[in-house]
Design a protein around this ligand. Structure first.
Ligand SMILES: Nc1ncnc2c1ncn2[C@@H]1O[C@H](COP(=O)(O)OP(=O)(O)OP(=O)(O)O)[C@@H](O)[C@H]1O
Length: 428
């Protein structure tokens, strides 16, 4: 049963919303102040928060700011009077999903809440692999989940490493504690210490209030460090020290805190090569890699290709409000034959596109639009190199030269992107 936190100081209105939601099979907790809302959020996990904009002890945007700092990501819906729409927009910039103008209509409120909760459900919808390789991965996950050893997930981009990390957490004794995934490539070097360990107000320009930091926010739970190959030398050193001592000190603070987190990391590059080249610390590598789990490519899990394609078809059709009978025979053969260099992520994208363009009952090969000229050879042909160079240039142009964004669009790690730029002599 979904639980909604209602933050509203107009008691009569709060009770009537609560009644509407309870009648629809939901549970509600009602508070009238931000202070009580903070207490409630700390004590219990809610599926959604419905908050009036103005409350006796402040504006609910400050609650959103507090939640962001503490890494609470509960969907947040604002209710506001007509004259306060600008503030509601500010709240949306802070992560509120949407806002409703008062007087709130029950049917509109219910429709919006149902949509948000459905989306949230879909996020957790995963296909559980049935191929022998997938079974082996689930067996290993089960085996290591109950321990506290640090796990390094290796495997090509798009194979589902994040899914594996979430599974490890969900099956561990930490499952009721926080789980947080962070893309190491997205942390600017100068903010890494504050991001991981927190900071005190005024510790540096822009530190307008205290920040808890990931290590303390996730205390007791699991931290998933994605793309660890993108950590700078300086950040690697910071992490290593904290992991060795099991303590961290927020920037600008004299106090140290101990923490208890389980680390799961992921990489799609050969870290041994990065170690050889001095880009990755060997001591940190061993700390993060007490157990290696290699996530297989989609091509290695051939038995899962068609069930996964069906799974993504249903998921996308539900979102696009379309329906198809399935994939025709040639399309199925093409799905099985294609080498899937972008793995599950590529399959998901291919199906998403097919659902948009297909006008028939059955999805055909042409709807899939697979690159049938794809070569399996390791060494690209000259013409392909030319194609790859053009693709790199076009992508960089599209993202105004932002290399992180380009790597993401191309489904490759930043390190691979840099190697390719070097290979093709592409400079700024
Ligand atoms: N078992 C699964 N069921 C449904 N969707 C999946 C599954 N595994 C992966 N996906 C989807 O495939 C995409 C890629 O997965 P994910 O981000 O976990 O891959 P990754 O190996 O971490 O990739 P990268 O190394 O590029 O970060 C995501 O959109 C994810 O939702």
């Amino acid at each position: 049963m979904k639980t909604i936190l209602i933050i509203e100081d107009d008691i009569v209105f709060s009770h009537s919303i609560s009644n509407w939601l309870v009648k629809e099979g939901m549970k509600t907790d009602c508070v009238t102040t931000l202070a009580n809302a903070r207490k409630a959020i700390e004590q219990k996990a809610f599926d959604l928060i419905l908050a009036d904009l103005r409350l006796p002890d402040g504006n609910s945007t400050s609650l959103l700011e507090w939640m962001n700092k503490k890494y609470y990501s509960t969907p947040f819906l604002i209710m506001t009077n007509y004259g306060q729409v600008e503030n509601a927009v500010a709240a949306m910039r802070l992560g509120a999903i949407n806002y409703l103008c008062k007087p709130v209509q029950p049917d509109k409120l219910l429709a919006l809440i149902t949509e948000i909760l459905d989306k949230d459900n879909n996020k957790q919808d995963f296909y559980r692999g049935e191929s022998p390789k997938a079974h082996e991965i689930y067996r290993l996950i089960e085996m290591i989940a109950c321990t506290d050893i640090s796990v390094l997930l290796r495997g090509a981009s798009g194979t589902g490493k994040e899914h594996a990390a979430a599974e490890i957490h969900a099956r561990s004794h930490r499952k009721n504690k926080p789980y947080f995934a962070i893309d190491c490539g997205a942390i600017p070097d100068e903010l890494a210490a504050s991001e991981f360990f927190g900071h005190r107000k005024g510790a540096f320009t822009g530190a307008e209030s205290d920040k808890v930091g990931l290590f303390r926010a996730v205390d007791g739970g699991t931290l998933f460090l994605d793309e660890i190959g993108n950590l700078s030398n300086k950040t690697q050193m910071l992490l290593l020290r904290a992991l060795q001592e099991k303590r961290c000190r927020p920037v600008g603070s004299t106090k140290e805190y101990s923490f208890d987190i389980r680390l799961v990391s992921a990489t799609n590059e050969k870290l041994e090569k990065a170690i050889e080249e001095g880009r990755f610390r060997e001591d940190l590598f061993h700390r993060l890699n007490e157990f290696t789990l290699r996530i297989p490519t989609l091509a290695e899990c051939r038995e899962d290709i068609l069930p996964l394609a069906d799974f993504f078809l249903k998921l996308t059709c539900a979102k696009a409000r379309k329906s198809f009978r399935g994939f025709d025979r040639l399309a199925q053969a093409a799905l099985l034959e294609y080498p899937w260099p972008g793995n599950i992520r590529e399959l998901k994208n291919v199906i998403g596109r097919a659902v948009l363009i297909c006008q028939q009952e059955w999805i055909s090969v042409s709807d899939l639009n697979l690159d049938i000229s794809f070569q399996k050879e390791e060494k690209p042909l000259l013409a392909e190199e030319e194609k790859e160079r053009t693709l790199l240039l076009q992508t960089l142009e599209k993202v105004d030269g932002n290399r992180s964004k380009a790597a993401r669009l191309l489904n490759i790690s930043r390190t691979t992107l840099y190697e390719k730029l070097k290979k093709y002599h592409i400079t700024d």
